[in-house]
Design a protein around this ligand. Structure first.
Ligand code: FCB
Length: 463
């Protein structure tokens, strides 16, 4: 029987743009995702987050849903353009009041609020002024963090500055499959840096405004990169530097890895990194958030034959893998989820053990893990998602194995509480443990929700 530590934090996760809706209500400003989803052809089926799960108007019943699951924590994100519409200036009071209700509603139900400041919804005004490739966005982000610390700092349990800056920088500015749909590799690397800098400045701003015991964190979608053979070690190193060390380096060690700078020298000279920036990006963290869905397999590419690009994100014309012309991303053996991502929980154990080895003393938390499956509604009106239960069971076992191996993992958040707007895939990909009917907005527990409730209640994986 797999048992988790008594203090283990069990939760579910969502993000503002994916669930809230109410995109133009109560003074909310437009974000880059409003612009993106309203541009014909960019999101599957022309879906938008205008309504999403209508969570903005269904807050109380969604809070009850969380209470019914028995989770100890809920990871949500604050929509920057809802609380500070143009990304500068004072607070938009009605928008800010929504998060008061959310946070207080969690606390009154005994659920710890875990707040992400940035889950990809940059105020459009800031993008118009240059977006993340512009240094000023990092400074604006720090100011926004300070406002959030002042407003909610007495009540938030854990602050997560950024969600997956890898996606923000590389999918947003290099491959263009995410907002703001730019395909400019040099801009993407500048975005990497300003996200790192913004993170560091935001942690400083939060430390000076939030409660003393508030935990500081960032969520990274670290890639567990494997090579097809030993001969691919250089390719592994390159992909690892670009995807992992580009963030772990400055944030945890105060420096970009030298080989990253060298590998990308034909794209940029990194002159946007000013003296003191790397030190500012490195702030003591209380816990590192890890999002994991599947591992990455690479091979050196010598230019002959067709190149594989099966990294799970390359549906755009341009690659998110800057200066990786000699690296191919190899399709991995199944089974696969609806995203086409292979199911391999061993990567999660290995990744957690690596982090434990490379950054000893830094607690870890799985801030996202989960899967999209077809989820047909049965004749009984329910979703019997045995495939999702199996995915979650495998990955929780993998977490337990890492803990047994010494990794200090403090919690786990299922992605996601409910089916929601899956970015460029729209509503076609369902990740929820709770089903959302797109017509009626009705929430229905899937089998996985019942299963997860038992895990949370017992701290054990059922046999
Ligand atoms: C992650 C995102 C999250 C969700 C999952 C499936 O990259 O952080 O919002 O879309 O993937």
């Amino acid at each position: 029987m797999t048992t988790f530590p008594e203090s283990f934090l069990w939760g579910t996760a969502t993000a503002a743009y994916q669930v809230e809706g109410a995109w133009n209500e109560d003074g909310r400003g437009p974000s880059i995702w409003d612009t993106f989803s309203h541009t014909p052809g960019l999101v599957a089926n022309g879906d938008t987050g205008d309504l999403a799960c209508d969570h903005y108007h269904r807050l109380e019943s969604d809070l009850d849903l969380l209470a019914g699951l028995g989770v100890g924590a809920y990871r949500f994100s604050i929509s920057w353009p809802r609380v500070q519409p143009g990304g500068s200036g004072g607070l938009n009071e009605p928008g800010a009041a929504f998060y008061d209700r959310l946070i207080d509603g969690l606390l009154s139900r005994g659920i710890a609020p875990v707040a992400t400041l940035y889950h990809w919804d940059l105020p459009q005004e800031l993008e118009d002024a240059g977006g993340w490739p512009a240094r000023d966005t990092a400074l604006r982000f720090a100011e926004y963090a300070r406002l959030m610390g002042e407003r909610y700092g007495d009540r938030v349990h854990t602050w997560i500055t950024l969600n997956e800056p890898w996606c923000s920088a590389y999918l947003g500015y290099a491959s263009g499959v995410h907002a703001p749909a730019r395909t400019d590799p040099a801009a993407a690397l500048a975005a990497v840096h300003h996200l790192n800098l913004g993170h560091g400045l935001a942690v400083q701003a939060l430390r000076s405004t939030a409660a003393r015991d508030a935990r500081m964190s960032v969520t990274l979608n670290l890639h567990h990169v494997r090579g097809v053979s030993e001969a691919d070690a250089v390719a592994v190193r390159k992909a690892d530097a670009l995807s992992n060390l580009a963030f772990l380096g400055p944030m945890l060690e105060g420096a970009y890895p030298r080989d990253l700078i060298e590998a990308t020298s034909s794209v940029t000279d990194w002159s946007f990194v000013r003296d003191g920036d790397e030190a500012a990006a490195r702030q003591p963290l209380d816990v590192l958030g890890v999002n994991y869905y599947n591992p990455t397999l690479v091979r050196h590419w010598d230019g002959s034959g067709p190149k594989e690009t099966a990294d799970g994100h390359q549906d755009g014309a341009a690659s998110p893998w800057i200066a990786c012309e000699d690296v191919e991303f190899v399709r991995q053996p199944g089974p696969y989820t609806e995203m086409g991502w292979n199911i391999d929980e061993t990567g999660l154990t290995e990744l957690l053990l690596r982090l434990h080895r490379d950054y000893p003393g830094l607690p870890l938390m799985i801030t996202e893990n989960g899967a999209a499956f077809p989820d047909p509604v049965g004749e009984d009106g329910l979703v019997h998602d045995a495939d999702r239960v199996d995915y979650l069971r495998r990955h929780l076992s993998a977490v337990a194995e890492a803990i047994a191996g010494g990794a200090d993992v403090r919690g786990y958040f299922v992605w996601s509480l409910m089916d929601n707007f899956e970015w460029a895939h729209g509503y076609a990909k369902r990740f929820g443990i709770v089903r959302v009917d797109r017509q009626t907005m009705e929430r229905t527990w899937k089998d996985s929700a019942h299963w997860y409730r038992e895990v949370v209640a017992t701290g054990k994986l059922p046999e």
